[in-house]
Design a protein. Structure first.
Lengths: 267, 782
């Protein structure tokens, strides 16, 4: 690890200002990706700007009957244990409860995970399927526009993710096949149906360009909500990740298997 | 003391302290002035070193020294070599490698040590290491063991004629060929045994100190054989073994990986002398994937010849063993020294066995729990299951027809080993009953109703313990009472998790009648313990236990003489029981501790009596022993994802007399966990295009976790050996030896029932899914 300055501002404006002043500052929330990367000397920010002391970035609010706001620095453990989240969408709590291990869940945060957009992280599937809006200190970004590609998001330089608004599904389920080594998703599928009969299926861990919508399954489920639709829906294996843990065709099979789990969980 | 004696399920005395963080591991006790060593490692699989420029690194503030091979040249350090003398096919010695503390002129694997930086802190050392400019000229490399034996293969070391480091043949090739000619059935297969990493919880760590006043070195490091390592370091440096003091305190897991002398242990000592500072080194987890010896990595072609009744007529096994780039101290012993295990518990008419050890541009290999035994057992047990399938015979029945009978002992297998004892049919029956072998069909149907496939696998394994064959290594124990009457057990064995502090106390309770709190167990310090071999090869209860008994007998005899003098009675009339010397006629008695305390009061002793109570014994050991076991595993496979779950696991062990059944169960369960880990998920993966290890961290190298392991049911069926006074056979490696084939056979059984091809280990979800997909495709096209 290289030497760096450490700042811990207590409001978002101050954090943004520090980010502007620093040559090469990095926003840190839980640090579950950034710190290991720095330990490996693969990242060398001049300063870490720790945003976890900012009160406005903590907590979970039911802002309306069909909108839940989770602030950026809320840990996975807090999301998993939240009655508010469970009442709103139990699949979201379940997803949070399956991230990493207990140590990671008590340090890692939703904002950090979503802003990083790791192609094997769980939260991007939740944001793509259930997310309404990603909120920063400057603006609101439609969730559907947020993920741009592997480790890339719509966040501008200097922009700090402050909260995510989720839309309430009438039913939703998440199925995850964890990598046996890392327990990141090799395929994670979130299926959600909303009151207007909009159906979203988001897949993480398996795409070669990060999280994606499996639109063929969305259409099939709109016609018929059932396992048969999962068997019939086409997957373009050319868009799937191939690595030593699983070739694209295997990931295709995992997506189907996890979609079935998700559908079963959704009820 | 009987409730704490031999055979009792006494809880480990170590655990409370270790779990509460009161352990004393190498890096828990670092001298205040210690500097830190960082090893600059090759990022390339193979390259010439055209030059190393460390000017900038040396100039960095806080850097004490930067050393390269050139800086060490004048010291004339001897390279590390094999401790066992293997030969090439023509009889000339094995191909030695330039395994020096730092690579000279050439690097041969990614991770090869090129330079060291000594600095005031780990951070400064790591930063300065990046300033060391190594001018690498990349060369071609070979990492695959088959490619490395091709005629046109490039050589890992250009001064070698080829990459074949050694070749060993055993058995009788002609007799074997004859048996194959007349066989009714020949079953053949090729098995790849994956390369794995040990991943000890405590990584390798070392602190070196050079004392100018005495001119002596002290190495503090997690080692399995501290005395031997001290002697070897002295040999490498060309100094007296007396001048190397080795301390190996608590060690967080060895498993064979910490047996060998590694470069870093020599380097911290040299660095300490050069910088006049104690020097510490601790590998990171990433560094341990690069620099800890890895294990297994064999390709074996196996053929079994049978008659029409399923009698085993002959076995042919040709193994290519990947040794990595350098020959470590025990690297050749692993594939070469345990081929006897191929005979299994069976009568097999003839053998034709050859092992070819091959150098490649990969991390050097070494022993890992079983060290050749799981590999051998895997080959015979997989092929026996294959034969059972092809001949449509129940795999338990096929084994039964070929088991060595108890009345045939001692039994010369015809392949290295002569088994001294064992009751294989009884162990088979006991395991079949305990696992409800006959109830499998119903369980399979239940699994199928739940959408799962179920498979059942058996392995009946036998291994050598305490070796190498034919003679067991000695061990040394000194028993020393102090003036308070407390007994110190100074053991040459080394406990790195096995629980020796508990079992030596049990032996003291049994043989000296000493309560646990009146016994100290001391090991891992070459200055405190005069002589020792260390712990490896499942040997400590056999060899250390025998030495303990020998020393304890001397203590009792010495104590009896003291007691007779103190009680003023005839020594011949004194009995010793439960720690008390008694004289019935006079109704006098003294405890062992009282006798020991009195023995230190010179003016009450007779003139010809030596002050103090102590004795030592080096057991020269008897023959090696043969622990054996039947393992039965059932697995459930989710066909949608290929995931295998171990549904049940049953073992019946014969490890001879059991000192502590709780510790035995723990040893077996831990071994099974490591064996099923390799069978289902562990594999070091090297990128063929770059030679780089792709599994360089626990993000990519899959280890089993608690939720992968179901209940492991352990039964004991001791058949004591007469080869050592303990009657024990060794238990440390047994679980791992059996689990590798048992779990693999269970997965293959499930796959075979689906008509699926059998992939190689590990039977990872993707490989199992792919095999099932191929079977589906075949079914659909038919």
């Amino acid at each position: 690890m290289y030497t760096f300055d450490y700042k811990r501002p207590n409001d978002t404006a101050k954090a943004a200002e520090l980010l502007k002043i620093e040559d090469d500052g990095a926003i840190m929330s839980g640090g579950m990706t950034l710190l290991p990367t720095m330990k490996q000397k693969l990242a060398a920010p001049s300063a870490l700007i720790d945003i976890t002391a900012i009160a406005d970035l903590q907590g979970i609010d039911r802002v309306s009957d069909d909108t839940l706001r989770i602030k950026a620095c809320t840990t996975h453990a807090n999301v998993a244990a939240s009655d508010e989240v469970r009442l709103f969408c139990v699949a979201l709590a379940k997803l949070a409860n399956g991230i990493g291990d207990p140590a990671v869940r008590h340090r890692g945060t939703i904002g950090g995970s979503v802003a990083n957009n790791d192609p094997a992280a769980d939260y991007p599937a939740a944001v793509m399927a259930l997310g309404r809006t990603v909120i920063t200190q400057n603006r609101q970004i439609a969730a559907s526009d947020f993920f741009v590609g592997m480790f890339e998001t719509a966040l501008d330089e200097g922009e700090i993710l402050t909260a995510i608004d989720f839309a309430r599904p009438t039913r939703a389920g998440y199925g995850k096949f964890p990598n046996p080594a890392s327990r990141y998703a090799m395929a994670g599928v979130m299926i959600a149906q909303f009151a207007d009969n909009d159906i979203r299926v988001a897949v993480t861990g398996a795409g070669n360009d990060g999280v994606f919508r499996w639109t063929a399954l969305e259409e099939a489920l709109a016609n018929e909500w059932g396992i048969a639709s999962i068997d019939a829906a086409a997957i373009d294996e050319a868009t799937l990740l191939s690595d030593m843990h699983g070739a694209a065709d295997y990931r295709g099979a995992l997506i189907r298997a996890m979609a079935k789990e998700a559908l079963q969980a959704a009820g | 003391m009987r409730e704490l004696g031999v055979g009792k399920p006494v809880r480990r005395v170590e655990d409370d302290q270790l779990i509460r963080g009161f352990g004393n591991y190498t890096d828990d006790d670092v001298p205040n002035a210690a500097a830190f060593m960082h090893v600059v490692r090759s990022p390339h699989a193979a390259a010439k070193i055209a030059g190393v420029n460390s000017t900038e690194a040396r100039a960095k503030s806080g850097v004490l020294a930067v050393l390269t091979a050139d800086d060490l040249e004048h010291m004339n350090i001897q390279p590390i070599g094999s401790k066992v003398p293997y030969a090439r096919a023509g009889g000339e010695p094995y191909l030695a490698t330039p395994y020096l503390p730092l690579a000279r002129g050439q690097v041969a694997y990614p991770g090869d040590a090129v330079a060291i930086v000594i600095a005031e802190s780990p951070g400064i050392a790591a930063d300065a290491a990046e300033l060391v400019e190594v001018d690498y000229e990349l060369t071609d490399f070979v990492t695959d063991v088959r490619a490395a034996t091709a005629e046109s293969a490039l050589r890992v070391w250009s001064d070698h004629p080829d990459n074949v480091c050694f070749a060993a043949d055993c058995g009788d090739a002609d007799a074997c060929a004859e048996a194959f000619d007349k066989a009714d059935r020949i079953v053949e297969a090729t098995y790849e045994i994956s390369r794995i990493a040990t991943v000890s919880m405590e990584p390798r760590v070392a602190t070196g100190s050079f004392d100018r006043r005495s001119g002596r070195y002290t190495l503090r490091a997690g080692l399995q054989m501290p005395h031997e390592t001290g002697r070897d370091i002295a040999g490498a440096l060309g100094i007296s073994p007396h001048d190397v003091h080795v301390i190996s305190p608590d060690v967080g897991g060895g498993f064979g990986m910490k047996l060998a002398l590694y470069q870093e242990y020599i380097l911290v000592l040299i660095a300490s002398r050069i910088t006049s500072r104690p020097v510490r080194w601790m590998s990171t987890r990433s560094e341990s994937f690069q620099s800890d010896q890895q294990a297994r990595d064999n390709v074996s072609k196996v053929a079994l010849a049978l008659d029409a009744h399923g009698q085993f007529l002959a076995l042919r096994v040709k193994t290519l063993a990947n040794l990595g780039a350098y020959v470590g101290q025990w690297s050749l012993h692993v594939p070469g020294g345990n081929v006897g295990g191929l005979a299994g518990p069976y009568t097999i008419g003839a053998f034709d066995v050859s092992v070819t050890g091959v150098l490649t541009n990969s991390v050097p290999v070494g022993p890992f729990r079983g060290a050749g035994r799981p590999e051998a057992s895997y080959c015979i047990e997989r092929i026996v299951d294959e034969a059972a399938r092809q001949m449509n015979i129940d795999p338990a029945e096929l084994r039964r027809r070929n088991l060595v009978q108890p009345d045939a002992m001692p039994y010369d297998t015809g392949l290295v080993f002569t088994y001294d004892s064992g009751d294989f049919p009884a162990i088979l029956d006991k395991t079949l009953a305990a696992s409800d072998w006959d109830g499998f069909a119903a369980r399979r149907e239940a699994s199928e109703r739940a959408g799962k496939l179920r498979g059942r696998g058996m392995a009946f394994v036998i291994e050598s313990a305490g070796g190498p064959a034919p003679r067991a290594f000695d061990e040394h124990v000194e028993l020393r009472f102090d003036t308070s009457g407390v007994c110190s057990v100074m053991a040459g064995s080394h406990s790195h998790g096995q629980g020796h502090e508990t079992v030596y106390r049990q032996l003291a309770a049994e043989h000296l009648g000493m309560p646990f709190d009146q016994v100290r167990v001391i090991y891992g310090d070459t200055q405190a313990v005069t002589h020792g071999r260390g712990s490896f090869g499942s040997r400590t209860m056999m060899a250390g236990g025998a030495a303990f008994i020998g020393a304890a007998q001397k203590i009792v005899e010495k104590g009896r003489k003291f007691a007779a003098h103190f009680m003023e009675v005839d020594a011949a009339e004194i009995t010793f029981e439960e720690g008390i010397f008694s004289h019935a006629a006079s109704n006098k008695s003294m405890t062992m501790s009282e006798v020991a305390q009195s023995s230190y009061i010179p003016f009450i002793l007779a003139e010809d009596m030596e002050v103090g109570l102590w004795a030592s014994c080096a057991s020269s050991g008897g023959g090696i022993t043969f622990p054996n076991a039947c393992h039965i595993s059932e697995v459930e496979i989710d066909p949608a994802t290929g995931t295998t779950a171990v549904a049940s696991y049953t073992v019946t062990e014969d490890v001879g007399n059991v000192v502590n059944p709780l510790l035995l169960e723990g040893q077996i369960q831990g071994g099974v966990a490591q064996g099923l880990g390799q069978a289902l998920m562990e594999r070091i993966v090297v990128d063929p295009d770059s030679g780089q290890q792709l599994t360089g961290s626990l993000l990519d190298y899959a280890l089993p976790r608690a939720d992968h392991i179901n209940r492991i049911e352990v039964h004991s069926h001791p058949v004591p050996t007469a080869l050592n006074p303990m009657g024990s056979k060794g238990a440390g490696e047994a679980g791992c030896v059996g689990a590798l084939p048992a779990v693999s056979n269970a997965v293959c059984d499930a796959l075979a029932r689906e008509g699926a091809p059998m992939p190689d280990m590990p039977f990872s979800p993707e490989r199992v899914w792919r095999a099932l997909s191929q079977a589906n495709a075949k079914r659909q096209s038919a």
